[in-house]
Design a binder for this molecule. Structure first.
Ligand SMILES: CC(C)(COP(=O)(O)OP(=O)(O)OC[C@H]1O[C@@H](n2cnc3c(N)ncnc32)[C@H](O)[C@@H]1OP(=O)(O)O)[C@@H](O)C(=O)NCCC(=O)NCCSC(=O)C[C@H](O)C(=O)O
Ligand SMILES: [Mg+2]
Length: 352
């Protein structure tokens, strides 16, 4: 017998007075989650301008924040919630709290929900290992939402960054209607798996396939492979099954914009909705990559126009189209419509 909630209970608030969880995710373009270290006043002061460029701004309280600056970072996050106007640009405001077994988690969540809960869209939860972590955070957040009379539910976004978390990703995604999505955490995950790399995301020059020996003894061609392909695929399937969003995570070689763009593009093509940006220059890369390609959108529109009821078979520009390609086209055009609402230049390029 499986131990899961009866269907009628799944969407009930977990505390009396807490808002009911969303039945559908709010429709939002979230091409990048921009990380701000909120304890650094100089950077925090820029986050108002960053909020005009990025789809989501995240106050980071976890890794990259020194242990003696955790309280300052939390205070900085509350300051951002109070003083930045996220709503006029439709920008999401998220916070990454410290992990569940840290001494800071309880105060992070308590203060964020009770003091900034009506501004906060999503809490990002690091190092999630199984559905039990989500159940605990879900119940605690509901209690705090009730206590502080929060009007709309705060969503949860888990980071996939331990071998155990990857093993349990399907159950994590299905654990609660509060789940918004999952991000890949390639640095912690590499450490958890004892992968022999010091890079954060991206490829590795030693992880490659080489061609067969050549008769002329010339050097053999080689191509780097994607270390993250299996994990991203597993994450995308788990998220799509649960109706939540998969995201790539950090790419820490800030100077290597070309490799960053390629890693983001691989994730986009495989189904990810967005990525993290750690530095302002990664915002535009993510915007470019996670907005669908103009030529592909125009071609997808042709497919939808040729097959108004989504059935049958058609030839367009020499390529066979049928019910399945109609669905592919709809994914592309639906996303383009959402992006177009935020971006007038793309709206005109997509010919909406
Ligand atoms: C990575 C950085 C430490 C680099 O900072 P810096 O050396 O200051 O960069 P620049 O000199 O090029 O900065 C140019 C100007 O831009 C401002 N700046 C820099 N970063 C940001 C930012 N994130 N948001 C807003 N503004 C930013 C600088 O202040 C400069 O301004 P000015 O002096 O006026 O010209 C830094 O970018 C940074 O701290 N980024 C965030 C790092 C972070 O959040 N790391 C944690 C996430 S990754 C992770 O956790 C791993 C994951 O969990 C896993 O397991 O995989
Ligand atoms: Mg991490």
């Amino acid at each position: 017998m499986s131990i899961s909630k009866p269907p009628r209970s799944f969407f009930k608030p977990l505390a009396i007075g807490a808002p009911a969880p969303f039945r559908e995710l709010p429709t939002r373009v979230e091409r990048m989650i921009h990380f701000v270290p909120p304890h650094i006043e100089k950077v925090r002061a820029k986050s108002g301008d960053i909020a005009k460029q990025a789809d989501v701004v995240l106050a980071n309280l976890e890794d990259a924040i020194p242990s003696d600056a955790k309280e300052a970072a939390r205070a900085g996050a509350l300051d951002m919630a109070e003083n930045i106007d996220f709503s006029s640009t439709g920008t999401g405001f998220w916070a990454r709290v410290n992990c569940l077994n840290s001494p800071w988690f309880l105060d992070d969540v308590t203060e964020l929900v009770t003091k900034a809960g009506n501004k906060l869209d999503v809490i990002m939860l690091p190092k999630v290992e199984g559905p039990w972590d989500i159940h605990y955070a879900d119940q605690l957040i509901a209690q705090l939402e009730a206590k502080a009379s929060i009007k709309r539910p705060i969503m949860l976004h888990a980071i996939l960054e331990t071998a155990e978390g990857v093993q349990n990703v399907e159950q994590i995604c299905l654990a609660s209607p509060r789940m918004h999505g999952i991000s890949l955490g390639p640095a912690d995950l590499a450490a958890s798996r004892a992968m022999k790399t010091t890079r954060v995301g991206g490829g590795h020059p030693f992880y490659k396939v080489i061609e067969d020996p050549r008769s002329d003894d010339a050097p053999r061609a080689a191509a780097q492979q994607d270390l993250w392909h299996y994990t991203v695929s597993k994450m995308v399937d788990a998220c799509c099954t649960a109706g939540i969003k998969p995201f790539y995570g950090p790419f820490a070689d800030i100077a290597d914009v070309e490799a960053c763009e390629q890693q983001f593009r691989n994730a986009f093509l495989m189904g990810c909705a967005g990525t993290w940006s750690l530095h302002p220059k990664q915002i535009d890369i993510a915007k470019r990559v996670f907005s669908p390609d103009v030529d592909e959108v125009l071609f997808a529109k042709k497919i939808l126009a040729a097959m108004p009821d989504g059935t049958g078979v058609h030839m367009i520009d020499g390529k066979m189209q049928d019910d399945a390609t109609w669905k592919q086209a709809k994914v592309m055009v639906d996303l383009a419509r959402q992006v177009a609402e935020k971006d007038p230049d793309l709206a005109s390029a997509y010919e909406f």
